[in-house]
Write a protein that binds this ligand. Sequence first.
Ligand code: GLA
Length: 725
Amino acid sequence: MISFNSEKQIFKLDTPNTSYVFGVEDKGKYLIHYYYGKRISGDDVRYLAVPDEGALPSANKRDKLSFLDCAPYEYPTKGVGDFRTPALSVKNEKGNEATELFYDSHKIIKGKTVTGKLPGTFGETADVLEVTLKDPVLNLSVILRYGVFNDVDAITRSVIVKNEGDKPLTLTRVLSLSLDTDDKDYELITLYGSWARERTIDRKPLRHGHQGVSSMRGITSHQEHPFMALVTPDATQKTGEVYGFNFVYSGNFDASVYLNQFNFSRVTLGINPEGFEWKLEPGAEFESPEGVMVFSDEGLGRMTRTFHDLYRNHLIRSPYKNRKRPILINNWEATYFDFNTEKLLAIAKQASESGIEMLVMDDGWFGNRFDDNRALGDWKVNEEKLPGGLKYLVDEVNKLGLKFGIWMEPEMVSPDSDLYRAHPDWAIQIEGREAGLARNQYVLDLTRSEVLEHTWQSIKAVMDSANIEYVKWDMNRPLADIGSKALDKEHLGEFYHRYVLAVYELQNRLVTQYPALLLENCSSGGARFDPGMLYYSPQIWCSDDTDAVERLSIQEGTAIVYPLSSMGAHVSDCPNHVLGRTVSFETRGHIALAGTFGYELDITKIPEEDKNMIPKQVEMYHKYNDLVREGDYFRLASVRENGIYDSWMVVKKDKKECLVTFVGVINRPNYKPFKIRLEGLLPDKLYKDEDTGREYYGDILMNAGITINRFHGDARSTLIHLKCE
Ligand code: GLA
């Protein structure tokens, strides 16, 4: 709900349990932030931010800078006296970089839709507040857009910057949100990683000055992630105050906290200003991506569940959003590049007999792609491997009762490809400098319309050639050597953002023209796992590390923000191809069950014993996936913290059913059984453990807990399924 107190000029944004309050200060001029936290009744909390009216610039002209230097601005700008991190910086024709914004007007809109070329959250249960600010010297207008959800504790923010003058301006920084917080001793949680080690949770106390995470790779990256949480030091899964921030974007980002001289922190989130410059011609406008803010006074768990609900209900659009995904078998770890129709059909046949529902043909089916050194860009089937082409293969797979999915990496070109030989200038490069290769490939300059159109036609030709019901859209290298024939010196700073917009355009065409398609994004595993991608694909491949034990941390870090329904997770072969570790087939299944679930192995070669377990696992998936996909997720224990065991549970929205997963990661001799307390249940209801028949009241499960016998061996796991009437 959004309200405006016209007498006091205060805006109040309420979600079910949070309030966000700001107002217009100093005779209708500055937009000042007052409060963000647990829901409050009234709106007049301006005394929190403006304790002394005499300090306002109009009353104290001689010390205007003292005010600007410490006022909690709603949207701070560079160059006039606020020396903390700015959200906006604009250069005029003469090169001056100063902007000062004053309140102009506002409007409240019912319902939230996605406009423009960027992904975003939507919903009839949300309202939008647009506050227009103006800089009369630059003739610049800035619209601050707030999406306020009435069914989930989330507020989204973005801005639209318009040049209303007659001279061009240059935007050097347009962040999506800025938030000045209280002077509490917060700790900062971020996610870091590497290839095969994505989204590891990191928590450290804030120190004075700047800190944060960012990407300059053109993609969100394995290394850092556009998520950040400020938490009180007492914050656990269940207790403490938590401010969570996430960015609905798939390119260079910057998420920062600046802790100032008075112990107040400023959080900023947006497109990375490094490598960004946008020329704004008279009459033109620029729209920023959306930042998401979530507040919880019930710890991290509550924040997580808010993000999950927001993304499941108000971001993911796919027809599969509320549906079970077909259990797939992917041939990457089964065959790598060494496959043909016969091999794939052999896999498909056995998969179909085991209850698997879709075959996904991974990398290696096109052009001269016998290894990862060539052929990207040549999206024509390799008839040597697949005689009769895609159509024959897909028809045969369909006859076996399986759907068919395909891998593509449309943004790339190999130097050894027909496409590159015909259009060497289509690769991103700087004239006169040899562009660097990664995995022996270049990135296509999708900011050029002819390159984008060609790429789209290539995708379309593949899609139209057979009954393709799933696409794995991969992206296996970062962007570097930024140069483009489409952008002159004045516009080159627009490259990274234009590239991301082009990827969105292509994926939008794909899901619009093939509305039944199940799209899964991927980027060398999970380097582009972000909310921007979720707007196009309901699931994203989490990591190339399919080792079940490593997956515990990767999936824990991913699930801190993203719903389990979005995490691509498969059972793969052992010893694991990345780590060489062997984990029981059962445990591999239990851990993959916390994601989309599927297989990534050669079913014709795995031990008979494992193969015989597949039908049971298929049954398990069908039994629990509705619960896992739609339920509330609770993190009960983390092997990252205790070094021994890991556990999570999913509770049905009506709280009458839950599934607990418990993994004993490292075995220790001569200890008592594990004890674990459950969460999110109805205290006075009697729950029955389906396996043992034992009954427990909800409050016993949550306060006294349950015991789990020690396992014999490492990385053993169990599922506990409880239900009440
Ligand atoms: C990336 C993906 C893998 C696989 C390979 C194919 O690394 O993450 O799952 O598709 O590319 O080359």
